[in-house]
Design a protein around this ligand. Structure first.
Ligand SMILES: [Zn+2]
Length: 221
């Protein structure tokens, strides 16, 4: 906040968005730290509560990604920016409440958990495609610049999800990866990599927006 943003000549708006984004990322990390510190609690119920927070934290982190992504993708289009910000916020709130539901981590909800996770991350495809269309298709220079960054982020998210759902590698080495190398640890590392990658992309987009003012034609869309 004190070194990266001023050097990118950030405005007050940029500071607000970056604060929200970093706040979400920190809540995400705090929830994980909380669970992994207190999961050894002697009450199974307490342990499960913390575990629910561990997953809820990830959706808060995803919210941070969405807020900054939507804000800069629709920088020149106030209407769609607000539509997507409100829908994203509503979706994440709904997911958050589902995740702290007492039966969220039960066996019966296992399918629902995967569906929720996929739809929360998959939803981003809609604003992305809309953004590509608004900017004049795949061949537009701005799309060529930023679409690969979104794709990389989705590849990282997909990898994280695959580890999460398949429980590789500990399913092949039962009992040997209890301390180091379990799928849950890989999932967290990939989550950190994803948040870091998205943060770097946000700063990059912000610099782009400052160097190139919004074209006039967008106001008619
Ligand atoms: Zn965890």
């Amino acid at each position: 906040m004190t070194s990266v943003l001023p050097s990118a000549s950030a405005s007050r708006e940029d500071f607000v968005i970056c604060s929200i984004c970093l706040f979400c990322f920190q809540v995400c990390m705090l929830c994980s730290v909380g669970y992994h510190l207190f999961s050894c609690h002697r009450s199974e119920k307490t342990c499960r509560r913390w575990m629910a927070l561990d997953y809820a934290g990830i959706s808060i982190g995803i919210l941070g990604c969405y807020v900054s992504g939507v804000f800069y993708a629709f920088y020149c289009n106030n209407y769609w920016r607000q539509v997507y910000l409100v829908t994203v916020l509503a979706m994440i709130l709904a997911v958050f409440f589902a995740q702290i539901h007492p039966s969220y981590l039960t066996q019966q909800w296992q399918r629902l958990r995967s569906i929720i996770f996929c739809s929360v991350s998959g939803y981003g495809v809609i604003p992305t495609l809309h953004w590509v269309w608004l900017n004049g298709g795949i061949s537009a220079p701005i799309v060529q610049d930023f679409a690969p960054r979104v794709v990389v982020m989705y590849v990282i998210a997909l990898l994280a999800f695959l580890f999460y759902i398949s429980k590789v590698p500990e399913r092949y080495f039962p009992g040997q990866l209890n301390y180091l190398g379990s799928s849950h640890q890989i999932w967290h590392i990939l989550a950190v990599v994803m948040l870091y990658w998205w943060h770097q992309s946000t700063v990059y987009v912000m610099q782009y927006r400052h160097s190139k003012p919004c074209p006039d034609y967008v106001s008619h869309l």
